[in-house]
Ligand binder design. Sequence first.
Ligand code: ASP
Ligand code: MG
Length: 456
Amino acid sequence: MKILKFGGTSVGTVDSLTNVKKIVDSLDQPAIVVVSALGGLTDRLIATARSASEGKEDYIDEMKIISSRHFDIIDALIPAIRKDDIKSAISSLLKELGDIFKGLSLIRSLPERTLDLVVSFGERMSSIIVAGMLNDARHHDSLSFMRTERWFNKDIADRQLTDSLIKKEFPLPLTQHCVMGGFISRDRDTNEITNLGRGGSDYSAALVAAALDADELEIWTDVDGFLTTDPRIVKNVKLIPSMTFVESMELCSFGAKVIYPPTIYPVFHKNIPIRILNTFNPSAPGTFICDGYDGKPRVCGVSSLGNIAVITISGALASNVAEINTRAYNVMSRNGIGVLLVGQPDNGTDFSIAVPASDLDKAVRLFETEFSQELREEEVVSIKGEKDMTIIAVVGEGIKKISGLGPRLVNTLWRNGIEVKSVSDGASETTIAVVVKKDDSGKALSLIHESSIERS
Ligand code: ASP
Ligand code: MG
C-alpha cells in the first residue's frame, strides 16, 4: 500500500488537479492520499488574519477570492452527483472562516491558536474537494486522528498517540482510496486545532506511512526530484536519481526545499522508501530515497541554509574539545535550540556553534550563564554572536573519506576572496559544512558545487 502526498502547487489549479486525478485513478490498489491546501492559500490565510486583526476590512474581498477559487475547482472537477454535497460542505467551512475573520477585526488581536485555526481551513477544504473529485475515495478528517503536544513554544507530533489513532482510522487492507488533509492536527490535551509547522503535510504523510507500514511514500511536487543544488543560483545542476535517507535528511536540514526535514525520520526508521515525483511530469523517474548504499564514498548534493548566526566562544576552555562540546550541546538542547553545526578551528582557542538567527540572543545569554564561572576565571574570554550567515553543506555518503575534499573546498573559497567563518567538525560522516557571510553565499555555493560535483 502506498501513501501519496500532493503539495500545494499540485492541488492549486483545475489543470494540476486533473493530473492528480489521473495519477490516483490509475493506481491498481487503494492508497492514502494526503493533500496540502491549494497553492499559496496558507500564506494568504495568514496575511488576511493579520490584516483583519488590525481592524482592516480587506478580508471581505479576500473571502470572495478564496470562495471563487474553491468553487471554480468544484464546478470543473466534481461529478454532478456529488457536487451539491461538496459545495455545501465547503460553504459551511467558508462561512465559519469568514466569521472568524470578522471576529478578529472586532477584537483586533490574533492569538496564536486562532491563527492555527484559520490556517487549518486550507487543508480541510482541499481534502474534501480532492476526495470528491476522485472516482472511488473517502474523505478522512485529519483533525480526528493527528495529535500534537507542546514542546517549548512549539507543537510537535505526539507520535505514539497519533500512531495508534492512525491504525484505528485506516483498517488494512484498504478497500478504497482515502483522502486526508496534511499539516493539520489537534493538541492532545486541549483538543485545540494545531499544525505540524509550515510545509508539514509531508510529515503528516510520513507519519501515516510509518504507522501503517506502507510500501512506499510518494511525494508529488512541482520539480523532477532532488537536484545537485539550487538551480536558481547555480547553472549546471543535475537531477539526483537516488540517494540514501541520511543524504536526503542532511540536504533538507541544510536548506534543500524538496521535503520538510522531519518527514524523513519516521519512514527511515521503518525503512519505507520515499519517491519524489513531479505532478507536472508524471512519467519522469524522480528521485528514489532508500537505505541502499554501495559503500563507495561520494558527493551527492550541495545545499545552503540562510538566516544563521554563529556564536564563537574564545578562551582556553575551547581546547578542551569534549567538555565544551558536551556542555554547549546540552545547554542548547535543554532549551529547545537546534544546533546546526559545531566548528573548531585549528587554533585551539575558539569554539563555534551555528544556530538559527532567531535564537541568537537567547543562545548567547544561555552560554553566558553556562560559562559564567569560566568567564570569571578567564578560561573563557569572550562569547560573540554574528548574524547574517549562511551554511553551505556538501552531502554524500562517506564524504569524509574523500581525501582532501574539506581543505580543497575551503581553499577554493579563500582563493576567491570568501571568508570561511567556520567549518563543521565531528558528528556527521555524511556532511562537510562551511559557514560564510550571507553576501558571499551565492558565489560560495557555485564554487563549491563546481569543485565538488561538476568535477567528480
Ligand atoms: N499548507 C501548509 C503550508 O503551506 C502545509 C503544507 O503545504 O505542507 O505550509
Ligand atoms: Mg511542501
